[in-house]
Design a protein around this ligand. Structure first.
Ligand code: RNT
Ligand code: ZN
Length: 419
């Protein structure tokens, strides 16, 4: 589509939405200022850049061996810049502690803000905020399948110290970049087979977390979040940090809660959890991802659940309290394309939600007019929201439709194939 076609289609769409009482300009402004936190770990299959290179563990897996993955922080940043140029709207970057960018061989409990200075310099250049994660996996001290809930106090302490050190890095991000860093704590702790004691590890996790986050840090700079999970590979029977555990933890400790779309039973959806959480939890974080049969972390698709998640956020006016992040790692396709596809899909779903005639639909529901409610919801799917999306891409100087693919292919030939 050329520019004139995009503009003409937008003008038409604008009218169509106006007739339904929906202001497309307002939706576009909201979309433009809502950042999506792009996870750095799609770029190198969750490997990281510690001097002591370790295999990915913790019950998660990046399958595939598509050539050209980033081998250094410099390469990863270049790849993310390429992806940014093809993704409209505001972005943030979500880092893990294993993405330390330093010549020093530092163990996890000893990381300091200075080891992440180059990331901050880059983020400033890019005009983006950073989010952070302590990495409690891919390490010899997590090999027993336990970290913060490990029966050995010394191992627990190592991981507590890692979380404490990570909070300093996160606070540093927030201070330097003027936007709070969400620091999400996910641990792989669990057991393959039925435990005899389900309680003690949970008690230890509760105590470890309390110690790890005991120092008060201004939420202007840093926000703690915790992420629950149902199971992992090798931890099928029992996960210490279950949904009930972390929902209660976040509610009683005042931390944020991270909901990962792949961390529940196969037919259980996070879209239905957002409203409940909003009643008890101030800040929420999302790991938008696509589970396929298991927590497979497939690239985000424009599917029903992604759309339902965004509708819940918009209909309940929760955008201000929500950090929308992504969490997938597919090593079977071009990794930059993976970011572009997944991030654009999350944004498309958000835009479509912003263009819904919410007031009308809610009014129908209030009057018990479920016929109109269903009719309006269903018709919304085929309204010309895609023309508004194309216009947004144009407005933001990013490719319209599948045109971005050519760019990715050229980058693959020129840069990725040389690695
Ligand atoms: C694992 C969790 C966790 C990780 C990342 C790397 O199941 O989803 O969020 O994917 O932190
Ligand atoms: Zn996750």
């Amino acid at each position: 589509m050329n520019k004139d076609q995009v503009l003409a289609a937008y003008e038409q769409a604008k009218e169509v939405f106006k007739q339904q009482g929906v202001d497309t300009e307002q939706a576009l402004a909201q979309l433009a200022k809502t950042p999506i936190s792009m996870h750095c770990w799609q770029g190198d299959d969750v490997k990281g850049f510690e001097i002591a290179q370790r295999e990915l563990s913790g019950g998660i897996q990046a399958t595939g061996n598509y050539p050209g993955k980033a081998r250094t922080a410099v390469e990863l940043r270049a790849d993310m810049e390429k992806a940014f140029s093809l993704i409209p709207g505001a972005k943030r970057v979500n880092l893990h502690a294993i993405y330390i960018d330093s010549e020093e061989d530092v163990d996890r409990d000893k990381i300091e803000p200075r080891h992440f200075e180059r990331w901050v310099t880059w983020a400033k250049e890019q005009g983006i905020g950073l989010d952070f994660n302590p990495s409690l996996f891919s390490h010899e001290k997590s090999d027993d399948g336990f970290t913060l809930s490990h029966p050995d106090a010394e191992i627990r302490q190592f991981w507590i110290d890692h979380v404490k050190a990570s909070r300093k890095v996160s606070e540093y991000f927030g201070r330097e970049l003027g936007t709070p860093s969400y620091m999400n704590i996910w641990i792989p702790d669990g057991m393959k087979d039925q435990p005899a004691d389900r309680l003690s590890p949970r008690k230890r996790l509760q105590e470890s977390l309390d110690e790890a986050i005991s120092e008060k840090i201004d939420t202007k700079y840093h926000i703690d979040a915790v992420e629950c999970k149902l199971f992992g590979i090798g931890a099928e029977a029992y996960t210490v940090g279950s949904n009930e555990f972390y929902l209660s933890y976040a509610a009683t400790r005042g931390t944020a809660l991270c909901l990962d779309a792949g961390h529940f039973h196969p037919t259980e959806v996070i879209s239905d959890k957002i409203s409940t959480c909003s009643l008890y939890i101030e800040n929420m974080q999302l790991h938008v991802t696509r589970p396929m049969r298991w927590d497979s972390d497939h690239i985000v698709s424009f599917d029903d659940e992604t759309q339902a998640i965004m509708r819940e956020i918009v209909r309940n006016e929760l955008l201000d309290r929500m950090s929308i992040g992504l969490d997938f790692f597919d090593a079977s396709v071009n990794r930059i394309a993976a970011w572009v596809i997944g991030t654009r899909n999350a944004q498309k779903a958000l835009l479509k939600a912003l263009l819904e005639p919410v007031a009308k639909i809610k009014a129908a529901e209030q009057e018990f007019d479920y016929t109109s409610r269903l009719a309006l919801m269903e018709e919304a799917h085929s309204q010309p929201w895609a023309a508004v999306w194309d216009y947004f891409c144009l407005q933001q100087n990013t490719p319209v439709g599948p045109d971005w693919l050519e760019d990715v292919k050229a980058y693959e030939k020129e840069v990725l194939a040389q690695r």
